[in-house]
Design a binder for this molecule. Sequence first.
Ligand code: CA
Length: 490
Amino acid sequence: MKRPNIIFIMCDDHTTQAISAYGSKINKTPNIDRIATGGALLDRAFCTNSICAPSRAAILTGTYNHVNEVRTIWEDLDNTRPTFIGDLKGAGYKTAIFGKWHLGHGEKSDPTHFDRWEVLPGQGDYNDPMFITPEGEVQHKGYVTTITTDLAIDWLDGLDKDDSFCLLVHHKAPHLPMTPDEKHKDLYTDFDIPEPDNLHEDLSPRVEGVKNAKMNIYKHMPKAVVKEKTGAFKPDLPQYEGQKWGYQLFIKDYLRCVASIDENTGRLLDYLAENGLEEDTLVIYTSDQGFFLGEHSWFDKRYMYDESIRMPLLMRYPRAIAPGTKIDEIVTNVDFAKTFCDFAGVEVHEGAQGRSFKGLLEQTTVENWPQSMYYRYWEHDDPIHAACSHYGIRTHKYKLICYYSDGMGLELTGDTKYPIEWELFDLENDPKEMRSVYGEPAYKEIQEDLLQQLFEIQREVGDEPYYPGAKVKHLNFKGLNISGLLKEYL
Ligand code: CA
């Protein structure tokens, strides 16, 4: 049997609530759904740190962020670290990446192990974007999602028929500022998009580390984004009306961006079918993390709640994955590298963590599959979102979170030191995580057991508990561009 080609399509901030294969109530994604229909849908795929650069580093290297040292978006990936791309290239695969890289630039952080790479500088632009290539910068006219797909298809076209390839298609969309393609700008203009039940959640009963986050869909929606979309300043509305207004403003452009991703995913799938590549290609659709689409009154990600940590993960490979497969086991982005190498029959690099979930996809007997996952968000220093640093464990039934409220030593947040706080959610009775039961007598034993499990999984992945006074060493902060980021958001 020919070893599989791999096409890895990853969006930026595309969450399961906006994919019809996952039961979206707000849009349809017929092309993305083709991957699920023809293959597998993973219902409990989680990222181990819900933010862009760290998730990308975890995927490429197959390691947790305390190991690969990309714990925040302020840290670049050291490109001498081994990645699954290097493993595949070493085994003769042709490799390429097009689109968003977001792991730093320059000699020490440019993409490595790729036969061809053409990536956006930093966040990149939606229209007429500049790309960085090994030969220098090149500007393309048009819309970024379409251009990224064009570049991918052009590269596939240039391959020899016998080449095995691994192609990363990394879309910028639907990340802020969520600028739609001109052809989709009039979608959803005639009606309102349904709101989530908890758009107006009152966060005041929550712990300090949660209720003080600056992620409200109205109050904290970046002024620059509002100006770009409406040509005017944010209207001065009462909070309730403001949240309704902010939700519609942002969700419509978000879904318009998704419409382009869906169309372009269809183009890639059609290309595979038309060129006889469908049977031999493992197609993966995912996003670097999930996203709050108004749930808990928020936009953005970062927190360990499910909307944020749950990644869409659809995988089609007709030779090994039965159509319509649904997997409820817990997998994480750290598992990706081993899984892809496993499908390719290539040995993964030393130090890769996680575990291959190929056996789950093939529905063979898998012994001792992990029943929980470890999560840690480090970026306490970010003054824009003011999301509190935390770690925790998620099992199938419960989630225990410790907010430890300390940063990476950048001291940007001012007075945001809270006592160490905890939340515990009973996910079967409270899937939307609306009420912490931490400290309630009925959950005493469960809480103790989860705490024990948290320390065990933390030790197992090589991380350690936070203790007061600890300062995380930041070895890899370079090109720190706080003022640039502030300008983008405020
Ligand atoms: Ca992202």
